[in-house]
Design a binder for this molecule. Structure first.
Ligand SMILES: Cc1ncc(COP(=O)(O)O)c(C=O)c1O
Length: 442
């Protein structure tokens, strides 16, 4: 497949094989899980955002597997580096907890947990972070982030935001304020308070419509201030997605983040940034928090990292042995190496800069007409909002029929997540396919 010239080619979507494989999958998969109607063929040609499905259709993937495949398909650098390793057993447990599976950072024949942690500290040390706990998923990264926060502060209250999504385990789901299906009838951790999250990225205290700003400051400030209902000394942590993902790709206004930073500072609150969707270069900086005036105390990362990571300064972590642990923390050697090499590729190839440039290009060139109420984004964390949910769904179907994969989020928002090394040609192509899908759906 020639990445410089390939374009989507669709016979029929979903084709017969894809239909059958999706049906086979559902035979045994938990009924509440969801798979897309595209099934890519791991053995067929693929490059960057392009892949071939099991029916031979060539598709353009602007989902990056919900951000979990930041380097697209068959990234040559990632593949070459993995090819170099002579592994006796690549599926060997990475062993951050019980066994050290590779040498010290830099010396190891394959970048293992020590290398991955070293790199994570390197990209987070401007926040004073020097310590990492590796797990396997986003939800685990959040669970461990809040565990260490409760332990460190001895507080009992947690503060989260309307529209938030932090995962599906019992601790993480207690912090969710997006769809009610995530929490219905599940037990939750107690004493979680929520405040509105900014819904208008241009708002200020005078024009705010989301309810965060009130006459005497903000709902957060009022909650914690004199006469408020939460004693700031009893707050364990405030958890925030620097850009809300599942909740609808909401990018907070400068005024909102300035107020959040000020309140956290005034009360010396511990701030947890959930960077599971927004981190790893996606927004054009390594962490989305890097755009803002606040300094997180704890970062939760996963998805593009292949494993889960909870990052903070050493003093935030508990000392007691076995207080944190995970048999498969850091996954297997291949997962761990992929996380480390992905960070290397993002940094060596300047992909945060590319994300900024190509994101700007998309926002400037995509024209969806009057059905589109907003086109927004930072870097390659891009969203197109429609006038109705039906329209959004129809556009996604029409894009799929043209071989362009997209994702929904929020109520009527469509996510656009190209790989971080997407090219100018590919953004033009994706923007024009999406524009044609909007026309067809109108
Ligand atoms: C912001 C955020 N936090 C946490 C999670 C949970 O991650 P995982 O699905 O790996 O458990 C997600 C997943 O979409 C997410 O977007």
């Amino acid at each position: 497949m020639d990445r410089d010239s390939v374009e989507p080619q669709v016979e029929k979507l979903p084709g017969e094989r894809a239909r059958k494989q999706v049906a086979d999958h559902h035979e045994t998969a938990a009924p509440s899980t969801y798979v897309y109607e595209f099934v890519w063929d791991h053995t067929a040609p693929a490059a960057g955002p392009f892949c071939t499905d099991v029916d031979g259709n060539v598709l353009m993937d602007f989902t990056a597997h919900v951000g979990a495949a930041p380097l697209g398909y068959d990234n040559p650098t990632l593949r070459e580096r993995l090819d170099e390793f002579d592994l006796t057993d690549p599926t060997k447990i990475a062993g951050q907890d019980f066994y050290a599976a590779s040498g010290p950072p830099g010396d190891a024949p394959i970048p293992g947990p020590a290398d991955l942690m070293d790199r994570l500290v390197d990209v987070s040390d401007h926040y004073g972070m020097d310590t990492v706990f590796l797990s396997n998923s986003g939800a685990e990264a959040v669970e461990n982030a809040i565990k260490i926060s409760y332990d460190h502060t001895a507080g009992k209250y947690a503060i989260t935001f309307e529209g938030a999504f932090h995962g599906r385990t019992l601790g993480a789901l207690s912090l969710n304020r997006s769809k009610e299906v995530y929490r219905r009838r599940f037990p939750e951790i107690s004493a979680v308070h929520d405040v509105p999250f900014c819904t208008d990225r241009t708002c200020d205290p005078g024009s705010c419509g989301c309810g965060f700003f009130v006459e005497d400051g903000s709902r957060l400030r009022r909650m914690l201030g004199p006469g408020g209902y939460v004693n700031p000394e009893e707050v364990a942590y405030v958890i925030v997605e620097p850009v809300q993902g599942e909740g609808g790709y909401r990018f907070p206004s400068d005024a909102f983040v300035a107020e959040l930073a000020a309140v956290v500072d005034d009360h010396d609150l511990l701030l947890v940034a959930d960077e599971i969707q927004s981190g790893m270069g996606r927004t054009g900086t390594f962490w989305a928090s890097d755009h803002y005036p606040f300094d997180p105390d704890v970062i939760a990362a996963a998805k593009a990292l292949r494993v889960g990571a909870t990052i903070a300064s050493e003093d935030v972590f508990p000392d007691a042995e076995s207080r944190l642990s995970s048999t498969w923390g850091a996954g297997d050697l291949l997962a761990c190496a992929q996380g480390a090499i992905t960070i290397d590729v993002i940094r060596e190839q300047g992909l945060t800069g590319n994300a900024r440039e190509r994101g700007r290009q998309f926002r400037e060139t995509f024209d969806g007409g009057s059905a589109v109420t907003d086109v927004r984004g930072k870097g390659l964390m891009l969203a197109v909002e429609f006038d109705t949910k039906t329209r959004r769904d129809d556009v996604m179907d029409a894009a799929f029929a043209r071989g362009l994969l997209t994702l929904g989020c929020g109520r009527k928002t469509l996510r656009v997540l190209p790989p971080l090394d997407v090219t100018e040609r590919e953004i033009d192509l994706g923007a024009s396919l999406l524009g044609a899908a909007v026309d067809a759906a109108s």
